[in-house]
Design a protein around this ligand. Structure first.
Ligand code: F6P
Length: 378
């Protein structure tokens, strides 16, 4: 009898998930003679043993569809809300894996999912993962699927905001997703020609932004587009966060740690209003009317771009091959034109943020974009 594999999608949904499910399934069934099932709603479905059969009929016609046919959730195996309590459900999940006689499980997700999948690998499950997220912040891969589609959507939004900002002589501050990484805002900001780009990796100084907007006005350009990544921080907030994180690392006792975690949560709550606050500040300090556009989940919606379909198909078919070869505890990474297995242990060690000397940042500066920092490198 052929092998039986399970697939699940976890974390935020992303264009390209269905293309990847289809690629894994079609290759597994037709090339390797395997059978495939799909668990509903991420790790929760695996815990509750809710799955569907993914035969060739179920895998047909889904290449171009957005979202995930399996559903998703942000549940973690070791910290799941069950009956009103947070419980470690790892053992139940491992049991279900064995009860179903699975030979392997493919987990499609971003940074959090990679960690959860590694946790299950350490508990004896044969795991292969794929990197998906619009944030593009998974380590050890050149790119994640979903990023290209979201980049296109955010770029088009900036294009469209230009004409209205120009007509009304306004500042438009457009907030772009990306969690604590700036890939999406930077990529869309450069492609859409934003005048100011703010990313979490470069703490900003409001006065620098004001000065660059006023310089544009003096040059006769009395409108500005500010592309801000949702995780961007002012210098002051950045320093505060760094200090708290340092203290959290240094503090030994659990009570002390609890206090610091509380302060970090407060900082996050304050930050949730950051884009609105910044727009108001810019309006007050420049005298130019300002408006805010928060792109939000629009960036994750709809059909995947051609590049994402291609990437998801490349990585998905490679996952089926790795299972056939019995290679587990790995994520299928995109490196140049190749799809290669990289150790999950290494993937979960860090987040892939934008390096300060990244060519996109350099190019942005060269075309006169303000990156919000006071003393940009020469
Ligand atoms: O990780 C993808 C992402 O869209 C981030 O960019 C964003 O911070 C987060 O998910 C939003 O999460 P949710 O869909 O749970 O609100």
């Amino acid at each position: 009898m052929g092998k039986l594999i399970g697939i699940l999608t976890a974390g935020g949904d992303t264009p390209g998930l269905n293309a990847a499910i289809r690629a894994i399934g079609k290759a597994a069934i037709s090339v390797y003679g395997m059978e495939v099932i799909g668990f509903r709603d991420g790790f929760r479905g695996l815990m509750e043993n809710r799955f569907i059969e993914l035969d060739s009929k179920a895998l047909s016609g889904i290449l171009t569809a957005g979202g995930t046919i399996l559903g998703t959730s942000r549940d973690k195996p070791h910290k799941m809300l069950v009956g009103g309590r947070i419980m470690d459900m790892t053992d139940v999940i491992v049991d279900n894996y064995h009860k179903n006689h699975l030979d392997a499980l493919v987990c499609l997700g971003g940074g959090g999912t990679q960690k959860n999948a590694y946790h299950l690998y350490k508990h004896g499950m044969n795991i292969v993962t794929l990197p998906k997220t619009i944030d593009n912040d998974v380590a050890m891969t050149d790119i994640t699927f979903g990023f290209d589609t979201a980049l296109g959507i955010a770029t088009e939004a900036i294009d469209r905001l230009h004409s209205t900002a120009h007509s009304h002589h306004r500042i438009i501050v457009v907030e772009i997703m990306g969690h604590r990484a700036g890939w999406l805002a930077l990529g869309a900001g450069v492609s859409g020609g934003a005048d100011v780009i703010l990313i979490p990796e470069i703490p900003y100084d409001v006065n620098t932004i004001v000065e660059s907007i006023l310089a544009r006005s003096r040059a006769g350009k009395n409108f500005s587009i500010v592309a801000i990544a949702e995780g961007s921080l002012s210098k002051e907030m950045y320093n505060l966060r760094q200090e708290l994180e340092q203290r959290l690392n240094d503090t030994e006792d659990e009570k002390g740690k609890e206090h610091i975690r509380h302060d970090l949560k407060d900082l996050d709550t304050l930050h949730s209003n950051n884009t609105m606050r910044l727009a108001k500040e810019l309006e007050n300090l420049t005298g130019l009317e300002s408006r805010v556009t928060i792109l939000g989940h629009l960036q994750r919606g709809g059909s995947p771009s051609a590049a994402d379909r291609l990437l998801a198909t490349r990585l998905g078919t490679a996952a089926a091959r790795l299972i056939a070869e019995g290679k587990f505890g790995v994520m299928v990474a995109s490196k140049g034109k190749n799809a290669i297995p990289v150790s999950l242990k290494k993937v979960v060690e860090k987040k892939k943020t934008v390096p300060p000397d990244h060519p996109w940042i350099e190019s942005a500066r060269f075309v006169g974009t303000c990156m919000g920092d006071t003393n940009p490198p020469a």
